[in-house]
Write a protein that binds this ligand. Structure first.
Ligand SMILES: Nc1ncnc2c1ncn2[C@@H]1O[C@H](COP(=O)(O)OP(=O)(O)OP(=O)(O)O)[C@@H](O)[C@H]1O
Ligand SMILES: [Mg+2]
Length: 327
């Protein structure tokens, strides 16, 4: 559905010299820095997927989304979505995709929400019946009714985001691009948006590309994740594979029924202890948790135990950091 090959976007940022002489120099020289926002990106996305697109600030996520939605023309490389070239086949293309930019509304600032939505019906030439059906559904699921008559500029962030998401979906797009749709929202509002995104993906079969800094968005929603840093793909695959590859060690917490001075066990190292509770670290792939638990319970008397997976936050942080050390 989406095919990206060796895609790049470079920006020329002109250097500005300061002061009176600088102003003169600005007139005569055109020196610039090249920002390689996206640099040789390749990936594919299949119909019906819900893919997470993550990376640190300035990694190139929004630039990628802007190219995918046809707002930016790539510097080089190939990009085809549903057989179309987003920036060239723009009119045909926008009728088939929807986009939400969390940082900026796509609605009319001074218009009441409902009027913005009505305008979109005309712009996208949405048949009256399907417009009504969609609007009725989204009014309920996104709880739009309390602010349908409020101008967009007067909406709270969470309300605005819901209105924007509704606006992006009214014309039944096949693909939905979401650039930080949960940014700045409280936990309850985030959860609502997540549930809605999941519902749209499952029930309507909409393909979703989701950019976010909130890793719980990714954990709760995405089957597959792509990590970008400095314009390049660092990882692409299932979340489980990410954890297996970069996840670091798992942890086993054991509450012993007796006081053992040094309850060593083969296959794991003691990472800490607090009274009768000892924490072990062990590597995924080297030993299964069940095997380890078997070994411990054969040797010691146990009251309780718990296996802890490495946190996704920690995993991602390590990927970013290791990448930084490489360069
Ligand atoms: N129009 C532009 N002109 C010049 N440089 C740009 C432009 N747009 C983006 N950049 C630069 O390209 C790089 C990638 O920016 P981008 O907005 O794609 O990052 P991002 O991954 O979305 O980051 P964030 O998580 O902060 O939203 C940054 O260094 C940014 O300064
Ligand atoms: Mg961005």
């Amino acid at each position: 559905m989406i095919r990206v090959e060796n895609l790049s976007k470079h920006f020329k940022v002109f250097k500005h010299h300061r002061g009176a002489m600088g102003t003169l120099r600005n007139l005569f020289t055109r020196q610039y820095n090249l920002v390689q926002a996206v640099n040789g990106l390749s990936f594919e996305i299949q119909p019906g997927e819900l893919v997470g697109y993550i990376g640190p600030n300035g990694a190139g996520k929004s630039t990628t989304i802007k190219m995918l939605t046809g707002l930016l023309v790539p510097t080089s490389g190939e990009l085809s979505v549903m057989g179309l070239l987003p920036w060239r086949d723009r009119q045909k293309y926008v009728a088939r995709v929807g986009a939400v930019f969390g940082q900026r509304t796509t609605l009319w600032w001074d218009l009441p929400v409902i009027e913005s939505l009505n305008l979109l019906q005309h712009i996208y030439k949405i048949p009256a019946a399907s417009f009504k059906q969609n609007l009725d559904e989204f009014r309920t699921t996104l709880e739009l009714d309390p602010f349908l008559d409020t101008p967009v500029r007067a909406l709270s962030l969470g309300q605005r985001m819901r209105a924007d998401i509704c606006a992006a979906l009214l014309h039944d797009p096949e693909i939905l691009f979401l650039d930080e749709p949960t940014i700045g929202l409280d936990v309850v509002a985030k959860e609502r948006i997540r549930q809605f995104i999941q519902q749209v993906n499952r029930e309507r079969g909409t393909t979703v590309i989701l950019t976010t800094h909130d890793l719980s968005d990714v954990e709760k929603l995405c089957q597959r994740v792509m990590i970008i840093d400095r314009g390049k793909l660092l990882f692409e695959g299932q979340l489980d594979a990410l954890k297996a590859q970069f996840g670091g060690k798992r942890e086993l917490l054991v509450d012993f029924a007796e006081d053992y001075p040094s309850p060593q066990i083969e296959g794991a190292e003691i990472a800490g202890r607090e009274g009768g509770r000892v924490s072990y670290r062990f590597a995924r792939g080297e030993i299964a948790a069940s095997e380890l638990i078997g070994r411990i319970s054969a040797k010691y008397r146990i009251r309780d135990l718990e296996v802890r997976e490495p946190q996704i936050e920690e995993t991602i942080r390590r990927i970013y950091e290791e990448r930084l050390l490489e360069n």
